[in-house]
Design a protein around this ligand. Structure first.
Ligand SMILES: Nc1ncnc2c1ncn2[C@@H]1O[C@H](COP(=O)(O)OP(=O)(O)OP(=O)(O)O)[C@@H](O)[C@H]1O
Ligand SMILES: O=P(O)(O)OC[C@H]1O[C@H](OP(=O)(O)OP(=O)(O)O)[C@H](O)[C@@H]1O
Length: 227
């Protein structure tokens, strides 16, 4: 049975600690740079080290049976995610809010309604749509559609998203915030009704992965340890 976990960064170590607290020891093997891992304390489980951003796709393709990644990444990357994966446990780390933020200097813009008005005015003045930089395309589009914000364009940003406003590649952003430091440092403010999603690291089960006869015992044992 295959368990996919983040291969590096803030989620990896906490994932290892979380499983250890449940009697399942995960470790990286080989050199520092080799993406190989082992599971001890339980039989029949193999570890697959993956980018947190790819774990939703691997679960949905059935290539891993269980996987750890943020709610934000699952909901953004998988259409109709409930049909493809089941959340088993919220893990209590990797907590972050996906929000919409605008420049602090926009003193008249504090809500989504204000953003909608600003977007219409922006288009009239500049001849192109107000740009919102994000890597969360699906979640942002759905949220803004439901909020009635129409006149904008998404600009893809896969990192350093808060810098896009100063760099003049976007007028607003939608990104994850945790301490709020990055937003403050980049002179941005969250809209008062601009919370899209509260995310945290979660253990997911693939609803589509085949559980072979020889994997059933391992799956049952993992689930029993979590309970
Ligand atoms: N500042 C933060 N504090 C806590 N959790 C965060 C923070 N920023 C992002 N996260 C969460 O961590 C997860 C993404 O982690 P990370 O950025 O390491 O993944 P990634 O972008 O897929 O990495 P990789 O570079 O391996 O592709 C997301 O679920 C996100 O919500
Ligand atoms: O509210 P804060 O505590 O300041 O954290 C938020 C920042 O953390 C994440 O960036 P990350 O460090 O993953 O870098 P990235 O820009 O490459 O995504 C996120 O994209 C924000 O930029």
């Amino acid at each position: 049975m295959k368990l996919g976990v983040p291969s590096k960064g803030r989620l990896m170590e906490k994932t290892f600690d979380w499983f250890a607290a449940h009697g399942i020891r995960l470790s990286r093997t080989g050199s520092d740079r080799e993406y190989a891992g082992a599971v001890t304390g339980i039989d029949g489980v193999s570890l697959v080290l993956l980018s947190a951003g790819e774990i939703p796709r691997e679960l949905a393709a059935g290539r891993i049976h269980l996987g750890v990644t943020g709610t934000d990444l699952v909901q953004d990357k998988l259409p109709l995610w409930e049909q493809q994966v089941e959340p088993l446990e919220e893990m209590g780390f990797g907590e972050a809010d996906l929000i919409v933020a605008v420049p602090q200097a926009w003193v008249d813009v504090d809500t989504l309604d204000d953003l909608d008005a600003a977007a219409a005015a922006f288009r009239a003045t500049h001849g192109h749509r107000l740009r919102i930089a994000t890597k969360y395309h699906r979640l942002v589009r759905e949220f803004l559609r439901d909020a009635g914000v129409a006149d904008y364009a998404i600009v893809d940003s896969q990192g350093a998203t808060e810098g896009t406003v100063a760099n003049e590649t976007a007028e607003a952003i939608a990104d994850i915030t945790s301490s709020g430091e990055t937003l403050r440092a980049n002179h941005l403010k969250v809209l008062s009704d601009g919370l899209i999603l509260r995310s945290q690291a979660t253990l997911w089960r693939s609803r589509v992965a085949d559980v072979a006869d020889e994997d059933r015992a391992a799956m049952a044992e993992v689930l029993a340890r979590l309970g």
